[in-house]
Design a protein around this ligand. Structure first.
Ligand code: NAP
Ligand code: HSE
Length: 431
């Protein structure tokens, strides 16, 4: 059979990882797919840049996107990121009859349904395993392996950069900015790391997973998202004293036909597997009504782990193409348009809560906080106050019993308006 020819858009962290895997594992890949795979064309911005892996004369580098649409490319592999140009390129590639593999969760979160519809109309494959949780095969798992289940709950650590930062702050007491710089140097972060630390990248991935798990489209603009920039070393220490780790969690659940979903820093009991997911590792826990709970764990970012997921898509495509009149179900729901999800507001969710109040250290403050919490129906489970004698402010930390997220938010608003509040309260839910 003739060679399957890949045109790569992007040869950065992921693109070079893919090339390295193809180079090093070529024989094994051929043994599984029965068809040789080669990278023929590579689109980059800067043709003069020195590349991290050997490129070879068979790979033609270009700065012209049109070169990916010519007859020497069968599959366009989009690994450049961003939305505008990537959307245009994938649309043009599908219209030109090319199958597409992408790792671009931002693009998929915003325009996935439109691109899936175009791919379906053209009878082409649109593959995106690497878009969620890097090397962890959660897309294939939800689309295929768990297809017989009603998914009751999805809980994930799905951003390697944020998890690396929190882990380094917890284990090695690194400053936030130092840990972020390391994550960038290791190739984990997005071109604009705001996406990682503000939770947006996790949100993009959660929207993609909700489609696969529930067959419904949860608009990105309706997903409540909080990142990790509010998390301080002292929150990590307080949480640890109470037996918890702080993780950036993505959560989705179906309640009476409605979907409730959120992305926010969350305290996780240190005995839970999710609490032990460290560094650039990701984990997604899925509860299916038949299979029960399962958890996938692995590197969620980085050159080779992500390249591995992209290569798996290329191989799946290769196998599909070997079947006469192959049909590509890109959504897991027969390529039918997905209805918009009925949304249950996350303010309705009930959980325990962590509050860190920064207040003036004077008589009656603790009593006033406890009274305000009681007025909002929030019952205190544990409390700790630490501070230097006569310091201008002290942190008071409470862990509560279960209460609605809306009650917790109202409590924060009420206490922050009191005269002894020195700075805004930090509040996270507890898993
Ligand atoms: P990267 O290291 O910044 O590489 C981006 C590549 O795209 C570079 O080769 C760049 O060319 C090229 N490029 C960017 N804009 C371009 C343009 N306008 N025209 C032509 N070429 C352009 O990015 P990455 O980390 O590999 O990420 C790529 C994609 O994978 C993103 O969607 C990202 O979200 C996703 N992803 C990344 C990871 C990860 O661990 N890094 C994991 C999962 C998914 P030059 O080399 O000339 O600059
Ligand atoms: N920036 C992303 C992360 C890359 O840190 O998880 C993987 O999607």
């Amino acid at each position: 059979m003739n060679t399957l020819r890949l045109g790569l858009a992007g040869f950065g962290t992921v693109g070079s990882g893919l090339a390295q895997i193809l180079h090093e594992n070529r024989e094994g890949i051929l043994a599984r797919t029965g068809r040789d795979i080669a990278i023929t064309t590579v689109l980059v911005r800067d043709l003069t840049k020195k590349r991290a892996v050997a490129t070879g004369p068979e790979m033609r580098f270009t700065a012209n996107p049109d070169d990916l649409l010519g007859p020497d490319v069968d599959v366009v592999v989009e690994l450049m990121g961003g939305v505008g140009l990537a959307r245009e390129l994938i649309t043009r590639a599908l219209n030109a009859g090319k199958h597409v593999v992408t790792a671009n969760k931002h693009l998929l979160a915003l325009h996935g349904p439109e691109l899936s519809a175009l791919a379906a109309k053209k009878g082409l494959g649109l593959f995106y395993e690497a878009s969620v949780a890097g090397g962890v095969p959660i897309v294939q798992t939800l689309r295929e392996s768990l297809g017989a289940n009603r998914i009751e709950r999805l809980t994930g650590i799905m951003n390697g950069t944020a998890n690396y930062i929190l882990s380094e702050m917890t284990t090695n007491h690194l400053e936030f900015d130092v840990a972020l710089k390391q994550a960038q140097e290791l190739g984990y972060a997005e071109a604009d790391p705001t996406f990682d630390i503000e939770g947006f990248d996790t949100a993009h991935k959660l929207v993609v997973l909700i489609r696969l798990a529930y067959g419904r489209d949860f608009p990105l603009s309706k997903l409540p998202v909080r990142g990790i920039t509010q998390v301080t070393g002292s929150d990590i220490e307080f949480a640890r004293e109470f037996g918890y780790r702080i993780k950036l969690l993505a959560q989705a659940r179906e309640v009476d036909g409605k979907i409730v979903a959120s992305v926010e820093p969350t305290l996780v009991n240190h005995k839970f597997l999710l609490a032990r997911v460290g560094g650039n590792y990701n984990a997604v826990r899925v509860e299916g009504n038949a299979v029960g709970p399962i958890m996938l764990h692995g590197q969620g970012a980085g050159s080779l782990p992500t390249g591995s997921a992209v290569m798996a898509d290329v191989m799946a495509l290769c196998r599909g193409l070997a079947i006469p009149s192959a049909h590509f179900d890109n959504t897991g729901f027969g390529n039918k348009p997905l209805p918009e999800a009925d949304i249950l507001p996350s303010s309705e969710c009930v959980s325990m809560h962590y509050f860190r109040f920064s207040v003036a250290d004077r008589p009656g403050v603790l009593a006033a906080i406890a009274k305000t919490m009681a007025e909002h129906g929030i019952s205190i489970a544990q409390a700790v106050q630490k501070g230097e004698h006569k310091a201008p402010e002290v942190p008071i930390v409470f862990l509560t019993h279960e209460a609605k997220a809306s009650a917790a938010a109202e409590t924060v608003r009420a206490i922050d308006a009191l005269p002894f509040a020195v700075r805004p309260t930090v509040h996270f839910p507890i898993l």
